[in-house]
Design a protein. Structure first.
Length: 299
């Protein structure tokens, strides 16, 4: 990058916030160009602040994915995650608030009340691919715009990557002039160990569906590298014996599928072979155990 380009370069932190299950992680992955945050139809899949990095010729967008702000659950884990959301909002240059096209829930309004008034907030209306009635959608946009003054409103489909160029253009205008924080090829600040745990947890949510509550965690017991081979040993923590039986499945088939799909994702992400062993352990009340949360990085 030449000196003149460097002087005009823009770089800043962009928070992605919204109620659970509005598509924050899917949007982050599409903006970055690869999977850096897990996606699932089950609410509450993101627990950590996950940085996704997109660098182009004139700007570096450092996206910070946050847990969906919890208004219903009051466990120690959820209080910790809500604290992370507030901290993220205080640290970033631009905020993206996601809502689902055609829906404005009580939870959406509660998250909007937390949005800062001293920095740009762009409302991202996701899932517009499901919009059928354009007149009703325009009325919906007017309703949302009346809740608070947004810097800009950008309709998108994260799933289909529709209108993301317009979103990036809107964000770029509000990034401060700064040199890049990360190398041009960086896409996340997550370690391979963290990403491995997230990929396993994603498969639990995807393959076990509504049978398993959101209180599932994955701890990496051992992560070894031998040349281009990674040996990973992990434990899935669940709250009850009945949950353990569901994750393992009849004859161990469900756990085998979870492990196989997670391993395949890891091999793509790490660009190398992975040997993966996964166990399931019951630890009742872990979501309220401060020591367990601290060991998982969720305090």
């Amino acid at each position: 990058m030449n000196e003149n380009a460097q002087s005009n370069f823009r770089c800043g932190l962009v928070a992605i916030v919204g109620r659970p299950n509005v598509g924050k992680s899917t949007l982050l992955n599409k903006l970055v160009g690869q999977k850096v945050s897990i996606t699932s139809r089950k609410a509450q899949t993101t627990r950590h602040r996950v940085m996704g990095i997109r660098t182009d010729e004139g700007a570096q967008f450092v996206f910070v994915d946050t847990p969906g702000f919890q208004t219903r659950h009051t466990s120690t884990m959820n209080r910790a995650m809500n604290k992370r959301v507030r901290e993220t909002l205080a640290d970033t240059d631009v905020v993206m608030m996601l809502v689902e096209a055609g829906r404005l829930t009580r939870e959406d309004r509660q998250v909007m009340e937390l949005l800062p008034t001293d920095r740009p907030v762009i409302l991202v209306v996701n899932k517009i691919d499901y919009v059928k009635d354009k007149a009703a959608f325009m009325a919906y946009l007017q309703e949302v715009a009346a809740v608070r003054a947004f810097t800009e409103i950008v309709p998108v489909s994260a799933k289909n990557a529709h209108n993301l160029d317009e979103l990036l253009k809107a964000l770029r205008l509000h990034l401060p002039e700064n040199p890049p924080l990360f190398d041009q090829d960086d896409v996340t600040d997550q370690t391979e160990r963290q990403l491995a745990a997230e990929l396993i947890r994603e498969k639990v949510f995807r393959l076990c569906g509504e049978e398993i509550p959101y209180a599932v965690a994955v701890q990496i017991d051992k992560f070894e590298e031998e040349g281009n081979l990674r040996r990973i040993f992990a434990t899935i923590l669940v709250d009850r014996d009945s949950h353990k039986a569901i994750v393992i499945g009849k004859g161990g088939e469900k756990l085998k599928t979870i492990s196989t799909q997670a391993r395949q994702d890891m091999e793509r992400a790490f660009d190398g072979k992975v040997y993966l062993e996964v166990w399931v352990k019951v630890k009742g009340g872990w979501a309220d155990d401060v020591r367990v949360l601290k060991s998982l990085g969720l305090d």
